[in-house]
Design a protein around this ligand. Structure first.
Ligand code: NAP
Length: 335
């Protein structure tokens, strides 16, 4: 009669730890109007969730203290109201609380595909894939023959950015936090060059060497020192889609911004932040392009899967630490 629930037990000051999460038994949810009861199969952990752990105003409300963590997920419907557009046994995708049995708003979920791999619908074929597509093509305006540099290149968004840029005929460079990731980018995903930002002496020199013709599009996932280094190597009229700044998400007080922003003027560079949620109208075109590239073997889907509902906090902490290659997922149940 009770269901396991993972809550926010304390707001982190600096890096997230296991102590920031609570694991409790709560009363099973009771069906009410406009709601579904679902069992999660996969839960997504995403960097933006770190911001929701802070008590700060943003584009999305903070998690409430003592209440369940919430993330994107794919779940099986186990109870519905009569007249619902969903049926028991349906697969749904959307935002859901971290509960083994969850009450979700019908309007907060949509049908998930039983044909496509479930994990990929939360990764390369879902929100992170659309982020890469919109950031690279709509905001970054990447053109064939141009040099595209992407940071956090082995992650969910970055790995798709690099592959889409290769499909588009760009010269592609990535940075990542381990030698294994660098090897993966070059050998598995066909990046033209890649470097380990943690071990190079100087990111600016590493970028100059990796990008002999300079950078035309810098897809920024990390901000901080990498953004500063990339600005030095950008060409005139370069574009910088600001997707994320993960290097600052865990710091207790924000680092000063890049010291060289005057380069934006000298080189007439356009730097533009964007949110994927503003671009849901592009999902249809992205989904059809991505399905074609997947079938042609041009788009590879990579995931790091952590098993077990109770390990969701560990998966999230691991994501922020860089444990993942591709999309970090929690597999709650196989069926
Ligand atoms: N604007 C939007 O709408 C939107 C949507 C989705 C995601 N995002 C942003 O896009 C970025 C990537 O998200 P994702 O879901 O694809 O995550 P991800 O890249 O799969 O995972 C995060 C990665 O960030 C790297 N990282 C952690 N700390 C770092 C640091 N101090 N400096 C540099 N890299 C660090 C780690 O890889 P390494 O081993 O390489 O360090 C880690 O694997 C995040 O900044 C996220 O907030 C934005």
């Amino acid at each position: 009669m009770t269901t396991k629930t993972i809550t926010l037990s304390a707001r982190p000051k600096g890096p997230v730890t296991r102590e920031n999460f609570g694991l409790e038994q709560r009363a099973d949810p009771v069906l009410s109007a406009g709601k579904l009861i679902t069992r999660p199969l996969y839960l997504s952990v995403d960097p933006y969730m770190r911001g929701r752990m802070n008590d700060a105003k943003s584009y999305i409300a903070p998690f409430a203290l003592g209440e369940p963590i919430e993330s994107a997920g794919i779940a099986r419907v186990v109870a519905v109201n009569s007249g619902s557009k969903f049926h028991v046994g349906d697969l749904v995708s959307g935002m859901m609380p971290w509960q083994e049995l969850a009450l979700v708003d019908e309007k907060a979920v949509r049908a998930a595909s039983a044909e496509l791999p479930l994990g990929a619908q939360l990764g390369a074929l879902g929100m992170p894939g659309l982020t890469a597509y919109v950031g690279l093509f709509d905001i970054g305006q990447a053109k064939p023959g141009e040099t595209v540099f992407v940071s956090a290149a082995a992650g969910a968004v970055g790995s798709v950015v690099g592959q889409l840029a290769k499909i588009h005929g760009c010269y592609v460079v990535g940075s990542a936090g381990s030698d294994d990731k660098v090897r993966y980018l070059k050998e598995e995903l066909g990046f033209d060059a890649a470097f380990n930002y943690k071990t190079v002496d100087n990111q600016r020199s590493a970028l100059r060497e990796a990008c002999p013709k300079g950078i035309d599009v810098y897809f920024d996932n990390v901000g901080g020192a990498t953004l500063e280094a990339a600005l030095f190597v950008c060409n005139v009229h370069a574009r910088i889609p600001i997707c994320g700044m993960i290097s600052g998400y865990e710091t207790a007080s924000p680092e000063p911004g890049p010291s060289n922003l005057a380069i934006l003027i000298q080189k007439r560079i356009r730097m533009e932040g964007f949110l994927v949620s503003d671009h849901s109208a592009r999902m249809g075109k992205f989904a059809s392009d991505a399905a074609r590239w997947l079938a042609e073997g041009k788009l590879k889907v990579q995931e790091t899967v952590v098993d077990g509902f109770e390990n969701a906090p560990a998966a999230f902490i691991g994501l922020l630490r860089g444990d993942n290659v591709g999309k970090m997922l929690v597999r709650v149940s196989e069926s």
